[in-house]
Ligand binder design. Structure first.
Ligand SMILES: Nc1nc2c(ncn2[C@@H]2O[C@H](COP(=O)(O)OP(=O)(O)OP(=O)(O)O)[C@@H](O)[C@H]2O)c(=O)[nH]1
Ligand SMILES: [Mg+2]
Length: 319
């Protein structure tokens, strides 16, 4: 994995406008923010990985996997696309949800182009909520994802027609993020609508988030894989220490849960589950870092952390 994440840089609207102004006098280099929105589980994160060609952001078959807005930067000689993965749009039930939706709103503010993802096998009504919340005014393409699940090509064409009629302001494209079908057409749409501008980020940066954020996410991804029912939704992962040695990285991480019973499930009988979680997480972190890793996991109970402002802030859910 060739991630080289830079430290958090917050580019405000005035800076964006200034950079764009500068670009007016230069050659036609294109750059801009292309933000991915949609209901939970539509395949937004899978798409970002497909577009970047990496296992970059975490995915799972469970809903509400992504909790943050995460930038993924694609730099080529003639353009720089700053993609944003965002949490699935939901009706908030607790403060963590509210903060997740604030992340979606922040991605609305700077989008130059919007990609709306929808699972083609889900009802069209799901998108009405998204449309109402987003009220997009930028060039938008609706990606009807998971076409690989529909064998009949005619059925796909009919759905494209139906969605195009229902959402006349959006271009409609059937895709499969998993099989990378039609993903080249997304790039063509984006490049046709990207403004002329200088690159916003150095050419070797792939994200605005530090490496340890991605490491914590990889552990969270394994929690989604290994545990069921409410456990993934009550878990947060914090990197306690991250020590880079020559031959290996030593990483200590804390898993936060809401209840003692959840802690018991994560630890498992005689520590069997946390051991498995450690093995799975280490493997994927080593692939990501291309380096050996020594990983230690601890579990802590913080009652109602998902509704507690100071815990949410401490765990990086800034809204
Ligand atoms: N069959 C099929 N499955 C897909 C496709 N794209 C994504 N998936 C699966 O759909 C599930 C959800 O994918 P994610 O990328 O995590 O979805 P998301 O929209 O980011 O979900 P949230 O972060 O929860 O909002 C995963 O199990 C993916 O493997 C596709 O093109 N075809
Ligand atoms: Mg996601």
């Amino acid at each position: 994995m060739r991630v080289r994440a830079c430290r958090s840089i917050r580019i405000t609207k005035p800076i964006l406008d200034y950079l764009r102004g500068m670009a007016d006098t230069t050659a036609a280099h294109k750059a801009g923010f292309v933000n991915i929105f949609g209901p939970p589980n539509a395949g937004k994160s899978t798409l970002l990985n497909a577009l970047l060609g990496e296992h970059f952001v975490i995915t799972s078959h469970k809903v509400q996997t992504t909790r943050h807005r995460i930038l993924g930067i694609l730099t080529e000689p003639d353009y720089q696309i700053v993609f944003s993965d965002t949490p699935g749009i939901i009706e908030p039930k607790y403060k963590l949800h509210h903060r997740m939706m604030l992340q979606v709103k922040s991605a609305l503010e700077d989008a130059d182009v919007a990609l709306i993802m929808h699972d083609i096998t889900e009802p069209i009504e799901e998108l009405e909520v998204v449309d109402k919340m987003l009220k997009l005014k930028v060039p938008t393409v609706l990606l009807l994802n998971k076409t690989d699940l529909i064998k009949d090509k005619k059925e796909i064409a009919e759905k494209v027609k139906l969605y195009a009629e229902k959402f006349p302001n959006w271009e409609v494209l059937p895709i499969s993020a998993q099989k990378k079908t039609n993903t080249d057409k997304i790039l063509a749409f984006v490049l046709a609508h990207l403004p002329e501008a200088l690159p916003y980020y150095p050419e070797d940066s792939m994200s605005d988030r530090p490496v340890r954020f991605f490491v914590s996410e990889l552990i969270r991804e394994q929690i989604y894989n290994l545990f069921h029912e409410e456990i993934p939704y009550h878990a947060a992962v914090i990197i306690q220490s991250y020590e880079e040695k020559e031959s290996l990285n030593v990483i200590k991480a804390e898993i936060i849960v809401s209840r003692e019973t959840q802690k018991g499930i994560i630890v498992g009988k005689a520590g069997s589950m946390i051991k498995q979680l450690g093995i799975n997480s280490r493997k994927t972190i080593e692939e990501f870092l291309q380096k050996k890793v020594h990983l230690e996991l601890f579990v802590k109970v913080r009652p109602k952390w998902r509704d507690n402002d100071s815990y949410l802030r401490e765990y990086g859910y800034n809204g």
